[in-house]
Design a binder for this molecule. Sequence first.
Ligand SMILES: [Zn+2]
Length: 67
Amino acid sequence: METLDKKSACSKCGHIALKTWDELTEDEKMVFSRFPEVMRLKISEKKMLEFCVRCCSVDAAPRSTFA
Ligand SMILES: [Zn+2]
């Protein structure tokens, strides 16, 4: 079992400091907004994701719960 830090790591490149939607800069938001899987989300759904600015991948945040 791996020890999970409170910040989750990117599943693709292992980068630790994933950003939430609110933490992204305007430029970064523009980049991720072009992703088809992000484009169709509502803003409230984007806030449940974590974004890796290193390899530009999108991860579902561990705290996200879909009831
Ligand atoms: Zn990454």
